[in-house]
Design a protein around this ligand. Structure first.
Ligand code: ASP
Length: 335
């Protein structure tokens, strides 16, 4: 019997057409294009059910509520399908893929997130191959949320968008690719996580206040103090190198310290593409640790933001959130 894949089409360039102001999502466009693709009807392809979301989004408009909608949609169709493809814009794909990894607790089937840099309706496009490859990977026994884009299969909670115009738009700088999509699709099974055998659960989440801030030369304490004001509950602080911020302005550290004491969870992630935060390397980093900032290790800022949303959304106390930030929950962190 043919395997079955559920496709959640949330939007993105793959589902767009040309409008007066540039590309915009076009309802019905994707379904019509896919129906006109004979290759999707061949014996080697799984059967699919396409659910086109309303509204289709440019992923710049994706939100944490949107992440939850996708996760609940997958859970609602979980029993009836062998795998899942999420079609999504590339701009915030790294955030959504990270969030789905956390939200889909107990995942034992593949969830393959993809999209394209050129719409499926264009003569020359990357959408066709990304879609076909994602559908084929979605029936392999990979119990993970992955991004399958261009020539690689990557762990979803490790990806970053690294190219605005290239067809290999994503990288997983701190974790090896899970597979290569060349002449053959080759999965590197030693990097694929094992299924824990527990049932899939998408928990009810509150909508916590979370933000991200990239430290920059000349940053003033007032900027930091403002962003840390209530009702903020969590902040991803993107710092220099192994996790440093300027330490010659005591007010910067005071702003962080006061917020941490109020229970704001501040996660230190590096601005570098590769490597890990180590707050003991320099005095500037150690000061952050004393201020109550928690190290994000080699997590991407996207994964850290999604993880904060998940943990704070569960209603955990700040101390518990801090402890979980340092634990590897879905393969997002090297420990
Ligand atoms: N702006 C588009 C989006 O993220 C870009 C893309 O899909 O490549 O929805």
């Amino acid at each position: 019997m043919k395997k079955r894949v559920y496709i959640a089409a949330t939007g993105g360039t793959i589902a767009m057409g040309n409008g007066p102001d540039g590309y915009v999502p076009r309802p019905g466009f994707l379904r019509a294009q896919m129906q006109a693709m004979p290759e999707l009807q061949t014996a080697e392809m799984p059967d699919y059910v396409l659910e086109e979301y309303d509204p289709l989004l440019d992923s710049a408009n994706m939100t944490p509520a949107g992440w939850l909608r996708i996760a609940r949609d997958i859970a609602a169709h979980y029993a009836g399908f062998d795998g899942f493809v999420v079609l999504h814009g590339t701009d915030t794909m790294a955030y959504t893929a990270s969030a789905l990894a956390f939200l889909l607790d107990g995942l034992a089937k593949p969830v393959i997130v993809t999209g394209s840099q050129i719409p499926l309706g264009e003569v020359r496009n990357d959408a066709r191959l990304n879609l076909i490859t994602a559908l084929q990977v979605a029936v392999a026994p990979i119990p993970e949320v992955c991004v399958c884009f261009g020539s690689r299969l990557l762990r979803g909670c490790r990806v970053v968008k690294v190219s605005a115009g290239g067809l290999d738009a994503f990288d997983s700088p701190n974790f090896p690719a899970l597979g290569r999509c060349g002449v053959d699709i080759q999965v590197d099974w030693k990097f694929v996580r094992a299924s824990l055998g527990s049932p899939l659960v998408v928990k009810d989440l509150a909508a916590p206040f979370v933000a991200a801030l990239r430290v920059f030369p000349g940053i003033r304490a007032g900027v930091l103090a403002n962003i840390l004001q209530p009702p903020l509950q969590g902040l991803v602080l993107e710092t220099y190198g192994v996790g440093n911020i300027p330490d010659r302005d005591p007010e910067l550290l005071t702003a962080l310290e006061q917020a941490a004491r109020r229970g704001v969870v501040i996660v230190n992630c590096t601005q570098c593409l590769t490597g890990s935060v180590d707050m003991h390397g320099y005095a500037t980093g150690s000061a952050l640790e004393r201020a109550g900032v928690v190290g994000g290790g080699d997590m991407t800022a996207e994964a850290a933001l999604a993880k904060l949303h998940y943990l704070l959304g569960l209603g955990l106390a700040p101390t518990a959130v801090k402890a979980e930030i340092g634990r590897d929950l879905r393969g997002e962190l090297s420990v």
